[in-house]
Design a protein around this ligand. Structure first.
Ligand code: DAK
Length: 265
């Protein structure tokens, strides 16, 4: 049973809850298919950072609810903006803070994940999709290109040829195609999307938190360094974990043939 948090009341466009060591953030602007307005993004980054800083939380689930993840940035809010408006709004800096979260984020996606919605999903660390999920970068159809990482993250996830096709045609693709391209982790019946994401998040949240944090950091390093630089980085984080209590506890518990008692320190 998810416990709604007190801070839920602070948000106009989100629902926030906690179950065990998993924090869940749900986009909640259903009348416009969770269009990602600047105000919603301010709230979203805040909610994610609150969970990220909370020692009681080990993993975060981000969802749009049972019907839609997000149909993209709010087109009505962008339509008349000038280039200088876009520049000074500096939304990218806000979106970028999601990339800097230390805790793993699992996206639970039913329905549309389009444009900025697809980019938001790809900023998460793992994606669970319902059979009804529809992904896409349709920005080309409104005269622009992806602006929140789509050209980079989609290309790294699915390769150049597919990214070119999807971004330059704006064609939507379903969960099956997303799975076959390696963009997502699992497909579930839509009514099980949240449960599946929660189970994955709970499993990760029960692991030693320092190792989870450094594991995520090392994996993400693979995207912006050379193999040699990445291996060097990984090795240093690996050595660093020998300063943690949980490394001592985990290895001692193995030798004593008992379950480890993590302190997340
Ligand atoms: N923005 C604003 N309103 C939206 C919206 C959106 N992206 N998507 C849907 N809505 C609104 C509709 O206008 C409609 O509102 P009312 O007309 O009832 O007032 C309501 O949600 C229901 O939508 P529909 O009536 O259109 O519903 P349908 O089922 O017929 O169609 C649809 C669903 C998802 C196929 C369709 O709504 C659609 O094509 N939506 C637009 C999808 C799209 O083009 N998305 C990409 C937007 S561009 C950046 C950060 C982010 C971005 C860029 C830069 N920086 C940090 C620099 C991202 C850009 C984008 O995402």
């Amino acid at each position: 049973m998810a416990i709604p948090l007190h801070r839920q009341t602070q948000y106009q466009y989100l629902l926030v809850s906690q179950e065990g060591r998993v924090g869940t953030v749900q986009l909640n602007r259903p009348d416009v298919l969770n269009a990602l307005s600047p105000d919603l993004m301010i709230e979203l980054v805040d909610a994610l950072e609150v969970f990220d800083a909370d020692n009681q939380i080990g993993c975060i689930v981000l969802t749009g609810g049972p019907k839609v993840f997000a149909a993209g940035a709010d087109i009505k809010r962008m339509a008349n903006a000038s280039a200088i408006d876009m520049l000074t709004l500096d939304q990218l800096a806000r979106w970028d803070r999601i990339r800097k979260l230390h805790k793993p984020v699992v996206a639970a996606i039913n329905g549309y994940a389009l444009g900025g919605g697809c980019e938001l999903a790809m900023m998460c660390d793992m994606i669970i999709a319902g059979e009804n999920a529809k992904f896409g970068q349709p920005e080309i159809n409104i005269g622009v290109i992806p602006g929140a990482g789509g050209t980079q993250r989609l290309t790294r996830a699915v390769g150049k040829a597919k990214a070119m096709e999807l971004i330059l045609t704006g064609r939507l693709f379903d969960a099956q195609e997303a799975l076959s391209m390696g963009l997502i982790n699992t497909i579930t019946p839509p009514e099980l999307t949240m449960e599946t994401a929660q189970q994955l998040a709970q499993t990760i949240a029960e692991k030693p938190a320092v190792a989870v944090r450094l594991g995520k950091e090392a994996i993400l390093k693979a995207f912006d360094t050379t193999m040699e630089g990445g291996l060097d980085y990984e090795r240093k984080l690996f050595y660093l974990l020998f300063a943690s209590e949980d490394q001592k506890e985990g290895m001692q518990a193995f030798m004593e043939k008992r379950a480890p008692d993590w302190t997340n320190a």
